[in-house]
Design a protein around this ligand. Structure first.
Ligand code: AMP
Ligand code: TRP
Length: 331
């Protein structure tokens, strides 16, 4: 298979970024950046689909930008920008919204999960995957590195792009989701059958990228493990220890079988202490860079400005192509 040419992905600036976001998404982006043109967005328009505080939203945008950089995204290699700074996203989302079907959006599991039990749900939450499709298609992205939970949205994006192309003529590149085999779904520490999530009720569910060593120690210590003391990777039968092994393996690059061999007969307590060290030591350099970047908002702002400028150039061309095909400009 030829190397993918362009990668696009994004994270919502809501709540704390956690280890699931890092291992499932951002770490993949950093790995790709020497071989692929990467465009990475802070999707603030998506964050408005739930009730939000404008001041908190702006603060979260800067924090996520600083995390992208601290995790190793290099603005000389990758484009980093804020979604709302490029107007083409909203405009293409309207066009695609006239091509997507109500029924296919109603089938999105994330909408069903997020909307469940709420008294009122915004229209934006329902049409959220259409905006995500616009994000991806504007940049002719070949791959979309995301966690497992976003697979259905990328598939919807492909369906909508295919329908547009078939009806109005070839316009969009069909993207592929890029999802890690193990690690595409990091589970909650307190509930290892559900994904780690920043919207989880308990902070013991996730390790935030900002957590200090004491907090990380406490969270791993209280992480749910399974009956029987063996340390082996068996996600169905032993979801707790399997999740901890996954985190260990992704952070160190060691294979599951190497880890199983090393920890045979060692017990959960011993394993958890070593895992704590691995997590703390992996997050330490990232946190140091993050703190330095937080002290220099002007530098981060300038990176985002330049990123938006480049992004707008690419997006403008695709939007104009789509507008022509759709009948909004003389052909
Ligand atoms: P979100 O925080 O929902 O904006 O997600 C940002 C990115 O992190 C997306 O690519 C998600 O698929 C990914 N992600 C979120 N939670 C997890 C998780 N528990 N395991 C793996 N990837 C995740
Ligand atoms: N929906 C994604 C999430 O919640 C965030 C997102 C928005 C995204 N636009 C995107 C991810 C485009 C990949 C590509 O995680």
């Amino acid at each position: 298979m030829p190397l993918p040419k362009r990668s696009f992905s994004g994270i919502q600036p809501t709540g704390n970024l956690h280890l699931g976001n890092y291992l499932g998404a951002i770490k993949q982006w950093v790995k790709l950046q020497d071989t692929v043109d990467g465009i990475y967005c802070i999707v603030d328009l998506h964050a408005c689909t739930a009730t939000h505080d404008p001041v908190v939203l702006r603060r979260s945008v800067s924090a996520v930008a600083a995390f992208y950089l601290a995790a190793g995204l290099d603005p000389a290699k990758s484009t980093i920008f804020v979604q709302s700074a490029v107007g083409a996203h909203s405009e293409l989302a309207w066009i695609l919204g006239c091509v997507a079907r109500f029924g296919e959006l109603a089938r999105m599991t994330q909408f069903k999960e997020k909307g469940e039990g709420r008294e009122s749900v915004s229209v934006g939450l329902f049409t959220y995957p259409v905006l995500m499709a616009a994000d991806i298609l504007l940049y002719d992205a070949n791959v979309v590195p995301v966690g497992e939970d976003q697979k259905q949205h990328v598939e919807l994006c492909r369906d909508v792009a295919e329908r547009f192309n078939a009806t109005f003529g070839d316009t969009f590149i069909l993207p592929e989701p890029l999802i890690l085999g193990t690690g595409g779904r990091i589970m909650g520490l307190d509930q290892p059958t559900k994904k780690m999530s920043k919207s989880a009720g308990s902070p013991n569910n996730y390790i935030a990228l900002e957590d200090d060593p004491d907090t990380i120690t406490r969270k791993i210590k209280t992480a749910v493990t399974d009956t029987g003391g063996q340390i082996c990777y068996a996600p169905e039968e032993k979801p707790g220890i399997s999740n901890l092994l996954t985190i260990y393996s992704l952070l160190t690059g060691e294979t599951m079988s190497d880890l199983e061999a090393r920890y045979t007969g060692k017990g959960y307590g011993f394993f958890k202490r070593e895992l704590t060290e691995v997590v703390v030591e992996n997050l330490r350099p990232l946190q140091t860079r993050y703190r330095a970047l937080k002290k220099d908002p002007a530098a981060v702002g300038e990176i985002l400005r330049q990123g938006a400028e480049r992004a707008a150039g690419i997006a403008g061309k695709t939007l104009s192509r789509a507008r022509k095909r759709f009948g909004m400009e003389p052909v």
